[in-house]
Design a binder for this molecule. Structure first.
Ligand SMILES: [Zn+2]
Length: 170
């Protein structure tokens, strides 16, 4: 008998859940109002899930999105995932405190493509997050934009934010 299926759990939004140990509480006064997009610099979704399950890695994100559009939720939205590092957006530090992190499987070399299924999955995650949180388009940002010191990160390289925002407008 295949017991693996009955062990699978799903989040509030219907995404598969694999709980990462790498999170902590958000500050009491934090208001979730932005989304940070990353690329994993790893070849497969499973590689990233494995990394985020390792307490020694000290990294995580709320969602990981495979190239085929598979979504795994690894941290509850009410908790603080560890994806942005030292960071600042619109003058407010510690973006992890008030953001939702989405990691997309991609090598971040500027050549590796983001397939349409991946764009559609990211748009779907954002749509569902917007049912609970007020996240304006201008606060859907790259890790490159918020990482400090500037230039520390360049991901998600090659990702088309205009294309994503067009999908969100549909
Ligand atoms: Zn990143």
């Amino acid at each position: 008998m295949d017991s693996s299926k009955s062990d699978r759990r799903f989040s509030w939004a219907g995404f598969e859940v694999v709980n990462s140990p790498n999170f902590n509480d958000r500050p009491d006064d934090s208001i979730i109002d932005c989304i940070v997009l990353h690329s994993t610099v790893q070849r497969t979704l499973q590689d990233t899930v494995t990394l985020f399950l390792d307490p020694a890695s000290k990294v995580s994100s709320h969602f990981v999105v495979g190239k085929d559009g598979t979504v795994v939720q690894m941290v509850s939205l009410t908790k603080r995932a560890w994806h942005a590092g030292v960071s600042c957006l619109d003058g407010v530090d510690s973006v992890n405190d008030y953001s939702i992190g989405i990691e997309m499987t991609n090598m971040n070399d500027g050549v590796d493509p983001y397939p349409d299924k991946q764009y559609l999955a990211v748009a779907e995650i954002i749509r569902r997050c917007r049912k609970s949180y007020d996240i304006p388009d201008r606060r859907i940002v790259s890790h490159a934009k918020i990482a400090l010191p500037q230039g520390r990160k360049n991901d998600p390289l090659g990702f088309d934010f205009d294309k994503l925002k067009k999908l969100l407008a549909k």
